[in-house]
Ligand binder design. Structure first.
Ligand code: ADP
Ligand code: MG
Length: 234
């Protein structure tokens, strides 16, 4: 399938790594909750941070223990987000995690190529469900460039860790690029021109998702650090 090399399975992502990714995403959302809500207060209804925080806390409560497959962890997270986030973002992120789970159904560990397929499926789910195009000032403006950067980096033989870091940078840039836009989808679209000058909150929660993913690539022996947790908000 893919044109890049999977380096000896060193980058393989098992269920424990996916759990750690969800835990890291929940922690990032909790840490940035007020900021997400403040962004939504400017162009929406001031609930995006609280919605996402509530849903991810439920996801943590439900995370399967033990020998779960990566797909089971993703599916359990999807169910928690669908049931507890509400608003526009709940069904969109819920669909994203559900599609990602289906893309890697049955696999005990994920290669970089599997990770790419999961993110591509997640993006397709968000786009099909929300019908937003790039430039509509939604989470798609962060999610799509991130997935494209992930693919480009992996096809250039970068490691999964480097590719996810590139995806995070692209998501942040895409999120920042929503600031001058007028919204075409979601509540912010009711504001017309008044939405200009404000970052889309869902684009930031999407960038945090890629930050969480980038932090959870297992370290190769002899390497230290490498997490991009300190890159928050850059
Ligand atoms: P609500 O707008 O219902 O209060 P949230 O505040 O939780 O829901 O989420 C708002 C975010 O959802 C927006 O910032 C935007 O990124 C995203 N969003 C809204 N509608 C769409 C859509 N049709 N497609 C993609 N993303 C969307
Ligand atoms: Mg809202």
């Amino acid at each position: 399938m893919g044109g890049w090399t999977v380096t000896g399975g060193r980058d393989a992502i098992d269920a424990a790594a996916v759990r750690a990714f969800i835990q890291r995403y929940a922690a990032l959302i909790e840490a940035r909750r007020e900021e997400l809500t403040a962004l939504d207060a400017a162009i929406g209804d001031a609930d995006h941070g609280t919605n996402m925080d509530r849903g991810l806390k439920k996801a943590l409560e439900r995370l399967p223990e033990g020998e779960a497959l990566p797909a089971n962890v993703l599916k359990s997270t999807a169910m928690a987000l669908l049931s507890h986030v509400g608003g526009a973002a709940g069904p969109l992120y819920g669909t994203a995690f559900l599609r990602a789970a289906r893309a890697v159904e049955g696999l005990p560990a994920l290669s970089p190529e599997d990770v790419l397929r999961a993110f591509q499926a997640a993006l397709a789910g968000i786009e099909e469900r929300g019908k937003a195009a790039p430039g509509d000032k939604t989470m798609v403006d962060a999610f799509r460039p991130a997935v494209e950067a992930l693919e480009t980096a992996l096809r250039s033989d970068r490691s999964l860790e480097e590719a996810l870091q590139a995806a995070h940078r692209a998501a942040l840039a895409g999120s920042e690029a929503t600031i001058p836009l007028v919204a075409k989808k979601g509540r912010a679209s009711y504001l017309g021109e008044r939405a200009r000058g404000h970052r889309d909150p869902g684009s930031l929660s999407a960038a945090l998702l890629f930050q969480a993913a980038a932090g959870e690539v297992p370290k190769k022996p002899g390497e230290d650090g490498g997490q991009i947790g300190g890159a928050a908000g850059r």
